[in-house]
Design a protein around this ligand. Structure first.
Ligand code: GLN
Length: 237
């Protein structure tokens, strides 16, 4: 491993790996390597402290119980919070949005304190939100519609410091009545989209990668990736 290797943190895949979101780390590594940027994935499990010095972090979705184990671990080892404070990009999917907020209530109605990296809270919906989700991004640097698969019970309300990632065109999204999806605050981008989201939305992948390497990136011409993106958007209509 050289000094210039891009280090991608895959945070707690042992408990937050249920929905295949570990693929986001693979996409970041592949898109870096295709630009001749040396990159590696660092898996951080429940046996490890959370390092604060990696270049970019990804966290995936999980069931309520696994989510709680992850929350406790991130409280005990606050490397992720320090990394985000230092401006390192973090991608948080589904359960991870909830864990990174102030608190979330489980489907059983129990309130669990989160790690307050995001100004938001989550309470259970009447019914589970399951299906294709399409949004129009509303943050600078993204212009293509985003798509993914949502599967959650929690409904997330954003506070003033968290901006939504997109406006819902199809599906439920955050589900707290505002017609928006995801949350962006400082260097943290979070979304309810599984897929993995970065495989389906290459523009979002490069948005995070560019922040991780600290430079603009040349676009990649990958027809099969664009075909997947269009095909998933069409399927959601
Ligand atoms: N357990 C959480 C919920 O149902 C998150 C689920 C997920 O990560 N897909 O809201």
């Amino acid at each position: 491993m050289s000094e210039s290797t891009l280090r991608i943190g895959l945070v707690l895949p042992d408990v937050m790996g249920t929905y295949g979101d570990g693929g986001n780390a693979l996409v970041l590594r592949q898109r870096a390597r295709m630009r001749a940027i040396d990159a590696e994935i660092v898996s951080i499990t429940l046996d490890d402290e959370v390092p604060e010095s990696l270049d970019v972090y990804t966290l995936g979705g999980a069931e309520d119980y696994a989510q709680r184990l992850a929350t406790r671990h991130l409280q005990r080892y606050p490397g992720l919070q320090r990394a985000a404070d230092a401006g390192r990009p973090v991608l948080a999917i589904c359960a991870a949005i909830q864990v990174l907020g102030h608190w979330y209530e489980t489907a059983a109605g129990e309130r669990v304190a989160g790690i307050s990296m995001l100004d938001l809270t989550t309470s259970p919906r009447q019914s589970r939100a399951i299906g294709e989700l399409v949004t129009a991004p509303i943050i600078d640097g993204l212009s293509q519609p985003l798509s993914g698969f949502e599967n959650h019970r929690g409904a997330t309300s954003l506070g003033a410091a968290a901006a939504p990632l997109g406006r819902v065109r199809r599906g439920v999204g955050n589900g707290a009545g505002a017609g928006v999806e995801g949350a962006v605050q400082g260097s943290v981008v979070s979304t309810y989209m599984h897929g993995p989201v970065l495989a389906r939305n290459p523009e979002l992948a490069d948005y995070l990668l560019s922040k991780a390497v600290g430079t603009e990136l040349e676009p990649l011409d990958l027809p099969q990736v664009d075909r997947l993106r269009r095909e998933r958007l069409a399927a959601a209509r």
